[in-house]
Design a binder for this molecule. Structure first.
Ligand code: SAH
Ligand code: SF4
Length: 371
């Protein structure tokens, strides 16, 4: 299937079931265009944009400097409604997971991970995933559809609602400081929507989250890694998980399309990569599969060619998984080999495991309806 027919087959619905258009997800030009038939001065679009993304209002009624009759007619045509919460869970370690119901009933999970110096929100880019990495729970759920730009912004804006982080008077200290595109789905298989959403997320007049605080994790879609570098420059994390093509293709079928050499070339060319701003590679520890001393040495060899860092992720189990996690002493040994070769290799602390909110454990019951 070509990229464009794939995009339309799996597209998010444009309108709500009641016929209104969600205004969230629209940039300033689109809002200006929508307002044109209302014959209002152009500064109104800026005001409305500010109310939506800087103040987080969920009704037109709350836009106190917009004329009352305009507010009422906007309400007829457009919506600012947030997704519904289908389930909310809180882990013993403070991690929270919400299952959000989109207007067409599709379910998407988001996870908020509070830490001492920052708070990270993990958002999803697709319902399900096209890819079938063998160690990943999401990979067992067929792609239902892509999320629209609006739905990705909704996930962040909903979290700000829950954490009460919209500025009232002046800028509060935010606890939600970082966003990671590491939830359900392969973000670079839904690149155009990611791009539209992240432009608004990064806009200082929009959600105002710095691009250095947004990380996109990909299984390695080479052409869009290059495009994302040129157009967005977000922080890049690449799911590597194996040091050679034979092993990587076995656990990540996408490697047959974009083998390691092409992938590392794309990473080496990513903008602003330096010793201080390394490409992050993710490496899940699968007992007896990719965790030998030999594997670690091979990894140091292939990563020599670019400034890199390896996030070592203990495998998170899920019902029906065919792998187990490498025991911790061996994970530490593996990390030490990388560190000795000058590659930082932090071992990621697993969060939210008791509520199946950890990496690779997200999956919803949504299924693709026959069309
Ligand atoms: N599709 C993207 C982003 C979502 S997955 C990607 O593959 O990068 C986020 C991270 O969790 C990826 O590094 C993924 O490989 C990892 N992951 C998947 N299943 C896992 C599991 N069961 N345990 C630990 N990490 C897992
Ligand atoms: Fe999809 Fe990422 Fe899971 Fe692979 S690891 S199946 S790309 S979500």
């Amino acid at each position: 299937m070509s990229r464009s027919s794939h995009a339309s087959k799996f597209a998010a619905p444009k309108r709500l079931p009641d016929g209104r258009l969600p205004l969230i997800g629209c940039n300033i030009d689109e809002i200006t265009e929508f307002l044109a038939p209302h014959n209002v001065p152009s500064y109104r679009a800026k005001q409305i944009y500010h109310w939506i993304y800087q103040r987080g209002v969920t009704t037109f009624e709350a836009m106190s400097n917009v004329p009352k009759d305009l507010r009422a007619s906007l309400d007829q045509e457009f919506s600012l409604a947030r997704p519904e919460v289908a389930r909310h869970q809180k882990s013993n370690d403070g991690t929270q997971k919400w299952l959000l119901k989109m207007p067409d009933g599709q379910l998407v999970e988001i996870v908020y991970i509070p830490e001492e110096t920052r708070g990270t929100l993990c958002i999803s880019s697709q319902v399900g995933c096209t890819l079938t990495c063998k160690f990943c729970h999401t990979g067992t759920q067929k792609l239902v559809r892509n999320l629209g730009a609006a739905e990705m912004l909704h996930q962040i804006m909903f979290a700000r609602d829950m954490l009460d982080e919209w500025p009232k008077d002046g800028q509060p200290d935010r606890t939600l400081t970082n966003v990671v595109l590491m939830g359900m789905g392969e973000p670079l298989y839904n690149y155009e929507n990611i791009r539209d959403a992240m432009r608004i997320a990064m806009d200082p007049d929009g959600l105002a989250i710095s691009k250095r605080r947004i990380t996109l994790s990909t299984s390695g879609v080479v052409p869009q890694i290059i495009q994302c570098g040129e157009e967005l420059g977000l922080k890049l994390a690449v799911s590597l998980h194996a040091p050679n093509d034979a092993l990587r293709s076995e656990i990540m079928p996408i490697n047959n399309k974009y083998p390691i050499n092409d992938l590392l070339n794309a990473c080496a060319g990513y903008p602003d990569i330096s010793e201080h701003n390394r490409v992050t590679f993710e490496y899940v520890m699968l007992d007896g599969v990719n965790d030998s001393i030999e594997n670690a040495k091979e990894l140091t060899q292939i990563l020599k060619r670019l400034p890199s860092k390896v996030n070592i992720i203990p495998f998170n189990p899920w019902p029906g998984a065919e792998y187990t996690c490498t025991p911790m002493p061996r994970i530490k040994e593996f990390a030490k080999i990388l560190e000795r070769a000058g590659i930082p290799a932090p071992i990621r602390k697993t969060r939210g495991e008791d509520i199946l909110a950890a990496c690779g454990q997200l999956k919803t019951d949504s299924e693709r309806a026959p069309r």
